[in-house]
Design a binder for this molecule. Structure first.
Ligand SMILES: Nc1nc2c(ncn2[C@@H]2O[C@H](COP(=O)(O)OP(=O)(O)OP(=O)(O)O)[C@@H](O)[C@H]2O)c(=O)[nH]1
Ligand SMILES: [Mg+2]
Length: 328
């Protein structure tokens, strides 16, 4: 009888190399996909159906403590909207704290999340890379009703890396496969540590995202490796800004825009109009707002303006009160 892959949770099988869970060995603990990803950093594409609702149903039925990770650059209406659908006891954990400037204080982010996104539950900050707050969150699991917790969140929010950090501290091993490519974890992975049970889950997938599933090079760039340096651009009337030769924005006035995105992405000023009238759409931006580019991060714009974008990206842009708003 074959078990499940300890790297991604999928049921192991030796019959069909084209299907998920394949391994040539009868006694394997990892599937071939995880093996190649771990040893050669080679990614095998997987076709996945959107299972967001299935995951929600399961956690709402079991009612264990649910720890919802949101990558600090991926706070937006969609991620928080999914968090709001959880009826089980839950906490919000902002992950990858190490990538944002230390000038952005936790208290300010918490106040912002409570005010702008109406979060009422406790909010914690995590960096698995810097081993920051790991034990604090483990203590919450220890103190929960049945000592069981689901770790959930959108793909790439750092769920598996977090669980590996816990097992590496307590047991000196980290077995789950992690990667910067979406949908690394394919099924539930139950981990028992002492008297607690932690369950890794497949990531939620985004409705609209700036990249295609196959754009691996871009996806790797989007996911910041380490601390990101904010990039400020001063604009004049009709200065366009191009991100990674893909996303084109234009501000209609003299202004200042600061990007919080992976520094591997190239941000440049462009002066030649790139869109036809048909392709353009204008968005009103109030004073001191953040413009969220879903999947990438966000930019802070100082003064009110009209922001011109490509209409095909309309679903990806969200304007909100700034995280740097002193009044919050
Ligand atoms: N800078 C930084 N990167 C992190 C941290 N935690 C995870 N990452 C990176 O984020 C990417 C995704 O990590 P995973 O742990 O595979 O994410 P996941 O949420 O399990 O993703 P799925 O299994 O696809 O749902 C990897 O490139 C990790 O190295 C962190 O604390 N800091
Ligand atoms: Mg994972």
């Amino acid at each position: 009888m074959m078990t499940n892959c300890i790297g991604c949770g999928i049921k192991l099988q030796t019959n069909n190399p084209k299907q998920l869970g394949y391994t040539p060995k009868n006694d394997a603990t990892y599937c071939e996909r995880c093996f190649r990803l771990k040893n050669y950093n080679e990614y095998k594409e997987v076709e996945l159906n959107n299972i967001n609702n299935k995951i929600l149903e399961k956690i709402n039925k079991d009612m264990y403590l649910t720890i919802f990770l949101v990558d600090i650059l991926n706070i937006n209406n969609e991620t928080i909207g999914t968090y709001n659908k959880i009826k089980a006891p839950k906490i919000l954990v902002i992950s990858k704290k190490d990538i944002i400037p230390s000038s952005i204080k936790e208290d300010a982010i918490t106040a912002f999340l409570k005010k702008v996104y109406n979060i009422t539950e406790d909010i914690y900050y995590l960096s698995s890379r810097k081993k920051y707050n790991i034990n604090k969150i483990v203590d919450l699991i220890k103190n929960s009703n049945n000592k069981k917790a689901y770790i959930v969140g959108y793909t790439n929010s750092g769920k598996s890396t977090f669980i590996n950090a816990i097992t590496s501290i307590i047991k000196g091993e980290s077995l789950i496969t992690t990667s910067s490519i979406p949908n690394t974890t394919l099924d539930y992975i139950k981990i028992k540590i002492d008297d607690i049970t932690i369950i890794d889950t497949p990531g939620f997938t985004m409705d609209n995202i700036i990249y295609e599933a196959k754009e691996y090079d871009l996806i790797k760039k989007v996911n910041p490796k380490s601390y990101i340096k904010p990039i400020t651009i001063q604009t004049k009337e009709n200065t366009g800004i191009l991100i990674e030769n893909k996303i084109y924005l234009k501000l209609n006035n003299q202004n200042s825009i600061t990007f919080y995105l992976s520094n591997a992405l190239i941000i440049e000023k462009v002066y030649k109009e790139r869109l036809t009238n048909k392709e353009k759409v204008l968005i009103n931006v109030p004073d001191n707002s953040d413009v969220v580019i879903k999947g990438l991060g966000f930019a802070n714009i100082k003064k009110s303006c009209k922001l011109q974008i490509n209409s095909s990206y309309k679903e990806l842009i969200e304007v909100r009160k700034s995280l740097f708003n002193k009044e919050i």
